[in-house]
Design a protein around this ligand. Structure first.
Ligand code: ADP
Ligand code: MG
Ligand code: MG
Length: 211
C-alpha cells in the first residue's frame, strides 16, 4: 500500500497526463456531436502544461501538486472544463493542507471539497449529464469502501468502477448544463465527454494506488 505523498501525487499526474494525451482524440470526438469538439484538446493542453510546470517547480506536498495542477488548468484551458476542473483540484489541494503525506480518508475529504466546489460553481446536479455524473458516484463508492474498512487501493478501484458506470449512465440523459444543453432532446443518446475524462482521471488514481 503506497503512501499518498508528493511522489505518489506526481506519479498520478504523470499517468493522468499520459492517459489524457492518449485519449485526447476520443474525448474530442465525444464532444463533437453535443458540443464544439474540443474537450480532448482542452484537457491535453492543461494536463501537459501542468506536468511541465510541476517538473520545473516541484511542489513539496501532495496538496501542492493538486493546487499547481488546478492553477494550470484555470490559466491554460478556456471553456467550461478549465475553470471547473481547475476549481476541483485547487480546492482539493487546499483541503490537504501542508501535510507531506495524507491518509485515504483525507484524500477522500479533499476530493469531496473539490467536487462540492465544482457543483457550486457550475450549478449542476446529478443527472444533468456533466462530469458530476462520474465524480459523485465515485466519491460515494470511495466513501463506502473506506467506511467498510477497505484499503486505499481497493477503495479507489471501487471509485473507478462507479465512475465508469456513471459515464455509461450519461448516455440516455438529456443535458441540462453547458453547451450540450443547447441541443435539448438531441443531446440524448450521447456519452458526456466531461464525465468520460473524470472517469479516466479516477481510473489513473486507482492505477497509481495499485503500484
Ligand atoms: P466547452 O463546453 O466550453 O467547450 P469542454 O468541451 O472542455 O468545454 O468541456 C465540456 C464538459 O464540461 C461537458 O461534457 C460537461 O461534462 C462539463 N460541464 C459543462 N458545463 C458544466 C457544469 N455547469 N457543471 C459541471 N460540468 C459541466
Ligand atoms: Mg467543448
Ligand atoms: Mg470549447
Amino acid at each position: 500500500e503506497p503512501a499518498i505523498d508528493t511522489a505518489f501525487m506526481r506519479r498520478w499526474l504523470d499517468t493522468a497526463a499520459t492517459a489524457i494525451d492518449r485519449e485526447s482524440k476520443q474525448l474530442s470526438d465525444l464532444d463533437s456531436p453535443i458540443g464544439d469538439g474540443d474537450h480532448g484538446t482542452n484537457m491535453r493542453r492543461g494536463f501537459l502544461a501542468a506536468r511541465t510546470a510541476i517538473e520545473q517547480e516541484p511542489p513539496d506536498t501532495p496538496g501542492g501538486v493538486l493546487v499547481a495542477l488546478g492553477r494550470q488548468l484555470i490559466s491554460k484551458v478556456g471553456g467550461a472544463s478549465g475553470p471547473l476542473y481547475g476549481t476541483l483540484f485547487r480546492r482539493a489541494g487546499k483541503e490537504l493542507g501542508d501535510d507531506r503525506a495524507v491518509s485515504a480518508a483525507q484524500l477522500r475529504d479533499g476530493l469531496r471539497a473539490g467536487v462540492d466546489a465544482v457543483a457550486k460553481l457550475g450549478g449542476a446536479v446529478p443527472g444533468d449529464k456533466t462530469m458530476l455524473d462520474a465524480l459523485l458516484p465515485a466519491l460515494d463508492a470511495l466513501t463506502g469502501a473506506l467506511d467498510a474498512g477497505g484499503s486505499a487501493a481497493d477503495a479507489l478501484a471501487a471509485a473507478a468502477g462507479a465512475a465508469d458506470e456513471g459515464v455509461r449512465a450519461t448516455v440516455p440523459l438529456r443535458a441540462r448544463k453547458g453547451r450540450a444543453s443547447y441541443l435539448g432532446e438531441r443531446s440524448v443518446g450521447h456519452q458526456d465527454p466531461g464525465a468520460t475524462s473524470s472517469a479516466l482521471l479516477i481510473n489513473t488514481l486507482a492505477d497509481t494506488a495499485k503500484e
